[in-house]
Design a protein around this ligand. Structure first.
Ligand code: FAD
Length: 548
């Protein structure tokens, strides 16, 4: 009988174990888990802190007993794998209750120990709590139940923003300290600004571009010199793959400091697989090694490894890194590469933004969202997308991530027949709209400029023309713009003679109409993508306010 030992009994490990049992009734499957729980919903942990999920037991999806009853798995909790001996094909176990150590041999070993929160070596850091396991969340909930006056969340990534929201739900005065100049690193800055606004609007004191330098008894000192009140401190600055077992065993470690695996998730030792947060993934865009510490790919790779062990044919999975997070009333989703990464690799790309409604504007409760699509300027290959909004962002980003997987080009998003009735969408769905805009850009019908290029165009002598109504213009415009409403362009075109024009409106749509009209009148206009709305929420607008 083949013995398969699995290290880590949550997302990747338990997917592998249960799938394997379904495929092979005869295998001996032993799951070793050092925490007291298996198959728990770590993604739900922040919501237990906030009381949105009321019962701890709701997070516990299975127990060793239920897994034995249904799958005949031998699940050993509070048992840690201390060492792997790849030559003897055995692991050294420690029973964390009794302290006893023992050796367990394996035919196949699957490593899914996940990733550990990064804890920087700053003074007083031992007071900071991290969030990864059920035990971690119990510690945080215990502190929260003592009714702290204030909390500081260090790190503005996915877990940081979720925990900050939940601390606010608990009525705790919460600050967030983020070292970079934006929250949610997978977003580009103009999209992250929308999230920062939401965070602040909900009462979180947000410090950007500042890192925690010292944790005292009830405060955190940050690099700007400011002192932040913090009865409770949560450290959420990111995770790193838990590779120590693999490293000790001499398994090859990849360039991103995760375990290097092949297309079947086999490590450099052909009896050992690695899956989940601990393993490096292959980026679907350029084939490079990447880390994607997310549940979907951990589960998918768990299944693939089980199939491979059972001798089934598998389809290797590359990653595009699709993610979503809730921040108060906003949903924020991303897929593929962002513009920051594309800039860093100097790959050619084109960006478009749109501000469509979640469903038909005339049907109650339609909510405007901001979508960003990034694609190859020549072929239209979709390179990435981001969305921020109150409703419907999840659906659009999922369609786009599916399009990326299927090789559908940006301009072909126009062709997708998406479900529509007024309560659910629009006859021109937001995804179709992105396709229409991409088609216009790729075919050369219109030229567009980005929110951060306005000064460059100005320097080249472009006149900035705001084509919204006088009323909209009076309520706020990009400094230096002149107002010629789109409906007056035909009559007033002579005012533009000899000028290059950068056209702007509220979201880019009237600007597009104006640009085509101006083109037909003999001008060479450039339309400001995303319009005043995108610019006014972007770092460019903030810089201008600061300069004043
Ligand atoms: C608070 C939080 C919120 C999250 N939210 C989301 C979300 O909304 N969406 C999303 O896609 N992803 C989310 N994630 C990430 C997601 O949970 C992980 O990507 C996923 O669980 C990774 O699966 P894994 O099997 O690699 O590791 P894990 O699920 O972390 O499991 C690893 C297990 O291995 C055990 N272990 C480690 N070392 C040993 C050892 N030596 N011996 C025995 N056992 C060991 C650990 O105790 C742990 O229980 C979240 C993570 C956290 C912590």
């Amino acid at each position: 009988m083949k013995r398969i030992v699995i290290v880590g009994g949550v997302a990747g490990g338990m997917s592998a174990a249960t799938r394997l049992r379904r495929l092979d009734e005869s295998a001996e499957i032993i799951v070793i888990e050092k925490s007291g729980f298996v198959s728990y919903a770590n993604c739900g942990l922040p919501y237990y802190v906030g009381g949105v999920i009321e019962e701890e037991k709701s997070l516990l999806l299975q127990t060793p007993e239920s897994l034995h009853a249904r799958f005949r798995l031998d699940v050993r909790v509070r048992t840690e794998v201390l060492k792997i001996d790849p030559v003897r094909r055995s692991v050294l176990l420690k029973d964390l209750n009794s302290g006893q150590e023992s050796e367990l041999s394996y035919d196949v070993l699957v490593l899914s120990p996940g990733a550990s929160p990064i804890v920087p070596p700053i003074s007083g850091v031992e007071r900071a709590l991290t969030l990864r396991t059920v035990e971690d969340v119990a510690r945080i909930v215990d502190q929260v139940s003592k009714k702290p006056q204030s909390a500081a969340v260090i790190g503005g990534g996915f877990i940081g923003v979720e925990i900050a929201e939940n601390l606010i739900h608990r009525g705790i005065k919460t600050s967030m300290i983020e070292a970079s100049d934006q929250v949610l690193a997978p977003l580009d800055p103009e999209m992250a600004s929308l999230v920062a606004r939401e965070i602040r609007a909900n009462g979180v004191e947000l410090y950007l571009g500042a890192s925690a330098v010292k944790i005292d008894e009830s405060t955190v000192e940050i690099s700007s010199g400011e002192i932040v009140a913090a009865d409770l401190v949560i450290m959420a600055i990111g995770v790193r793959p838990d590779i120590h077992l693999a490293q000790d065993a001499g398994l090859e470690i990849g360039p991103r400091k995760g375990i290097k695996v092949d297309e079947f998730n086999l490590t450099s030792d052909k009896s050992i697989y690695a899956i989940g947060d601990v393993a490096e993934k292959t980026d679907s865009l350029d084939g490079s090694s990447t880390l994607v510490p997310l549940a979907n790919i951990a589960n998918r790779h768990g299944r693939i490894v089980a199939d491979h062990i059972a001798g089934r044919k598998i389809r290797p999975v590359k990653t595009i890194g699709t993610a979503i997070v809730k921040v108060f009333d906003l949903m924020i989703a991303t897929t593929g590469w962002n513009e920051k990464k594309l800039k860093a690799t100097s790959r050619a790309y084109h960006v478009i933004h749109a501000h469509p409604n979640s469903h038909a504007g005339y049907y109650p409760d339609a909510k405007q969202m901001t979508l960003k699509l990034i694609f190859d300027p020549l072929t239209g290959e979709i390179l990435g997308a981001q969305g921020v909004g109150i409703d419907g962002v999840d659906k659009r980003l999922d369609v786009i991530s599916t399009a990326i997987r299927g090789g559908i080009k940006a301009q072909e998003l126009a062709d997708l027949e998406l479900a529509y009735a007024p309560p659910f969408g629009s006859a021109k769905d937001p995804v179709n709209m992105l396709g229409y805009i991409a088609e216009n850009v790729i075919s050369g019908l219109v030229e567009t400029a980005q929110w951060d290029q306005i000064e460059d165009y100005r320097a080249k002598g472009y006149e900035l023309v705001d084509v919204r109504t006088q009323g909209e213009f009076d309520r706020g415009t990009i400094p230096g713009a002149i107002n010629v409403p789109v409906d007056e362009i035909r009559e007033r075109a002579q005012e533009f003679q000899g000028k290059n024009l950068l056209v702007t409106c509220q979201v880019g749509q009237r600007g597009h109409t104006a640009s085509l009209l101006l083109k037909s009148l003999g001008f060479n206009p450039v339309n400001l993508d995303g319009g005043y709305l995108l610019w006014s929420n972007s770092p460019a607008a903030k810089e201008l306010v600061q300069k004043k």
